[in-house]
Design a protein around this ligand. Structure first.
Ligand code: FES
Length: 561
């Protein structure tokens, strides 16, 4: 039977024309009987430098054991990762979004070059997951993603903490709202060990929605990194991969317009990260499926925001397992007609068949997820805005808690560090619309996240008094009145490049319009006088990124002409 399943690796193991490959496979310890087994690449983004990834190489070993126990050959390889927690607020952040595409390229390269029959990605941070899924879509060989799991919350003086607590402590420091001792206490206790950042931030958003899309096993996104269920999941992956090979279910069977809609519906219901918009545009393009910002808006329009999770809410991702996990939430969404049940998944079953085995949400007992009749917000929090400041679109996070409109005076920052300096000097005041530009995919480059500025604004007590707009993007940890992904970006001469201090800007989430209140003549005159800045990099990875990256409205992909 196994010879039917090794359709790629048999090129290396059975062709008499490739003795070198056979010799090398003997060299790594394979025996002749192994040559008829399918070879499974196990891509780990494990590295020691941050909590999201520090345990992934260990999980990969469990995955390999499960693969080998199912009469296949598991072969672990590593790819890179960049931690947003480590890079937020500094120039290292320029490498974060590009790392997604490097991960996609590297997994594609190893799996295709080494002739693996399937791929299992063991991933645990914001960019790892979309990068891995993009590679799976390009390769279109049986594939499963294993999520490393969310972190447990930290504790200090009776308060639960996570990574955003550390950033918000900085804002409190600026506003003299925290003692030196408590500042240190928060920093030392926010991160208790392994696992991805603990709210419904980008990593947990992508893990939950990829599970809903069908590319990871049920509960993959719900088990915290240190939960025994995570190891059990890793050991079960081998059997699941064997079944995928036997049924020849590939990512392009799983990633469809309907399953992308399922993923984005879960993002909206859970109050997930705006980065999901960027990543699902890119995943859809990798799979060859047309998906636009307007499709995302349509899903937002029909999906209520029902989960009281951080960053805007009360609960952490670790709490979701107690109410039945992401499958219970997805099952509820399916029961009210918001999820397509007929999509195939990595279990070999449909979404509906998987959900039949999931627990039900108990609205009497749990208060984390609300019924759709009494949502936190009737429609999704991710809103796509157009207008003369964003002719090709922008993405806002509007939970409703910060209001639906904002009208204020522009305060322009050419770099995110400027807002930190302005906050420290008390120059950012109620009523300001802070504009952070030249932070786009080309201008940044790398479309940095603005978690440090938005957390500092929150910590300074200005969260409900100012708005922030940018051609950069936001962390999943960001909350407040924020609009990002503005296209065209400033580097390309988009209108955001033409804003001056004191201009009036309005944001209307009802009409979804972002407006710069100057006359068309003034806009044209400023455009005529605008000079494109020199690229910040011309060589190296970032130089190449500037030359190849598409706009945020096109998912910032780098593999298209
Ligand atoms: Fe990895 Fe937050 S830095 S999930």
């Amino acid at each position: 039977m196994a010879t039917e399943l090794n359709r790629f690796s048999k090129t290396l193991t059975q062709e008499v024309t490739n003795p070198a490959a056979q010799a090398m496979l003997y060299g790594i310890g394979l025996k002749e009987e192994d040559f008829v087994k399918p070879q499974i690449g196990i891509a780990s983004t494990g590295y020691e430098g941050n909590p999201c990834n520090m345990h992934l190489n260990g999980l990969s070993v469990y995955v390999k054991q499960g693969v080998n126990a199912n009469d296949m050959v598991g072969l672990i390889f590593n790819t890179i990762g960049v931690s947003d927690g480590m890079t937020n607020g500094n120039d290292g952040m320029r490498y974060s979004l590009p790392s997604r595409d490097i991960i996609a390229d590297s997994i594609e390269t190893v799996v295709a070059a080494q002739w693996y029959d399937g791929v299992i990605a063991v991933v645990g941070c914001d960019k790892n997951m979309p990068g891995a899924i993009m590679a799976m879509a390009r390769l279109d060989r049986p594939s499963i993603m294993v999520y490393g799991g969310t972190i447990r919350s930290g504790h200090y003086k009776g308060q639960k903490l996570d990574i955003v607590s550390a950033f918000e402590a900085l804002g409190k420091k600026f506003a003299n709202n925290i003692s030196d001792e408590d500042y240190k206490g928060v920093i030392q206790n926010s991160i208790p060990g392994q696992g991805a950042c603990g709210g419904m931030y980008t990593a947990n958003t992508m893990a939950s929605s990829i599970e809903a899309m069908g590319l990871s096993l049920p509960f993959s996104s719900s088990y915290p990194a240190t939960h025994e269920g995570k190891q059990e999941e890793c050991k079960k992956i081998g059997a699941a991969m064997k079944k995928l090979l036997e049924l020849n279910i590939t990512p392009k069977d799983i990633i469809t317009k309907k399953s992308l809609e399922n993923a984005l519906t879960v993002v909206m219901a859970l109050g997930g990260s705006t980065n999901a918009a960027l990543h699902y545009l890119a995943i859809a393009r990798a799979a060859g499926i047309p998906l636009t910002l307007d499709d995302i808006q349509a899903i937002s329009d029909r999906t209520p925001f029902i989960a009281d999770l951080k960053p805007s809410g009360k609960y952490f991702m670790e709490d979701i397992l107690e109410i039945g996990g992401v499958p219970a939430v997805t099952k509820y969404l399916y029961s009210v007609g918001l999820i397509h049940g007929d999509c195939i998944t990595v279990t070999g079953k449909t979404v509906a068949e998987n959900l039949a085995e999931a627990p039900d949400l108990d609205f009497e007992k749990q208060k984390m997820v609300f019924p759709i009749e009494t949502p936190i917000k009737k429609t999704g929090h991710i809103q796509v805005l157009y207008g003369n400041l964003a002719p090709e679109g922008s993405v806002a996070k509007i939970t409703g808690k910060e209001g639906l409109t904002f009208d204020g005076e522009a305060k322009v920052c050419e770099h995110e560090s400027e807002i930190i300096e302005m906050l420290a000097k008390g120059e950012i005041k109620a009523g300001h619309v802070v504009v952070i530009r030249n932070a786009g995919p080309k201008g940044g480059p790398g479309m940095s996240e603005m978690l440090k500025p938005t957390s500092a604004v929150m910590g300074a007590g200005l969260g409900d008094k100012i708005a922030l707009i940018t051609d950069g993007r936001f962390s999943g940890g960001t909350h407040g009145f924020v609009v990002g992904h503005i296209t065209p970006e400033a580097f390309d001469g988009g209108p955001i490049a033409l804003v001056k201090d004191g201009d009036r800007i309005s944001i209307d989430a009802n009409t979804r319009v972002l407006s710069l209140h100057i006359s068309d003549e003034e806009m044209a005159a400023r455009k005529a006088a605008w000079v494109q800045p020199a690229p910040r990099f011309t060589k190296g990875m970032l130089g190449r990124y500037i030359r190849t990256v598409k706009s945020a409205s096109e998912g910032c992909v780098t593999d298209e002409a």
